[in-house]
Design a protein around this ligand. Structure first.
Ligand SMILES: Cc1cc2nc3c(=O)[nH]c(=O)nc-3n(C[C@H](O)[C@H](O)[C@H](O)COP(=O)(O)O)c2cc1C
Length: 242
């Protein structure tokens, strides 16, 4: 019988059956990494999130992928609001905080980085979002647009806006509980976070677009990620409407 394409093999091997998940045979669960990362860089405290703007129904109606950005800055408050919408802490379950976006088993594999191009009162560079205190930690200073033009396969909207969010997954937070099926959950969760960004950007009157096409290895290298334990899964550009 002909071998099935890799994607189909993965899907089939990670089905839950009465006999378990085939892909897990012979693979012990890895230990669970910490819930959060901590960067030593200088911290920027973000303005607290606000609760105003469009209704969810209005935002759903108006949401569109937007690729034509004006060369204008967004405010630090808007950046903070977007980060909160994506991964902000909104509750508590046992030893860990719950977030704005759902997560299988409340394991929260995603880390969020902001590649800042044009944000008022914030120097250009790559920042790590720490939801615990709603702050940013500088990961890499400087103008990242030339690097992102290459990494993003020349997609103009990855360099013309105000900020690009990189959603990276700490894979073993999920594999430690769900084994190889956990990859499915990681892919699903990127969509939840990105939709929150879309709706929040719409509510703020900003444009945004999700981006799945980029050079994986170079994107990880830009953020100093090994691509194995933690790897960027999805990008999301936001900017002022052009
Ligand atoms: C998983 C995924 C990957 C995407 N990747 C890209 C991309 O690499 N570049 C891009 O310009 N748009 C990308 N998009 C945006 C889609 O093109 C857009 O959602 C689609 O055309 C529908 O338009 P709408 O979002 O305005 O409803 C992606 C969307 C999704 C959901």
């Amino acid at each position: 019988m002909a071998k099935k394409p890799l994607g189909r093999q993965y899907h089939d091997a990670t089905k839950i059956t009465p006999w378990g998940v085939a892909a897990d045979q012979g693979w012990p669960r890895p230990p669970r990494p910490p819930w959060f990362k901590t960067y030593p860089g200088p911290k920027v405290m973000l303005p607290p999130p606000q609760y105003q703007g469009l209704t969810v129904e209005q935002a759903l109606r108006q949401r569109r992928s937007w690729r034509d950005f004006a060369p204008r800055a967004i405010s630090l408050a808007a950046l903070g609001q977007l980060l909160f919408a994506a991964q902000g802490i909104t509750g508590r379950y046992r030893d860990r905080p719950l977030r704005t976006a759902p997560s299988a088993g409340a394991l929260y594999p995603y880390e969020l980085y902001a590649l800042v191009y044009r944000v008022r009162d914030l120097a250009a560079g790559a920042y790590y979002y720490d939801p615990r205190d709603h702050s940013l930690a500088l990961v890499r200073a400087g103008d990242l647009r030339a690097a992102m033009a290459h990494i993003g396969l020349g997609q103009e909207h990855l360099v013309s806006g105000a900020v690009v969010f990189a959603l990276s997954a700490v894979v073993d937070r999920v594999r430690s509980k769900y084994g190889e099926r956990g990859w499915r959950y990681i892919y699903m969760e990127a969509g939840h976070i990105s939709q929150n960004l879309y709706l929040q950007a719409t509510s703020l009157g900003l444009g945004s677009v999700a981006v799945g096409a980029f050079y994986d290895d170079q994107m990880n290298a830009l953020l100093g990620l090994d691509g194995e334990h933690e790897t960027v899964m999805y990008l999301h550009a936001v900017g002022v409407l052009g």
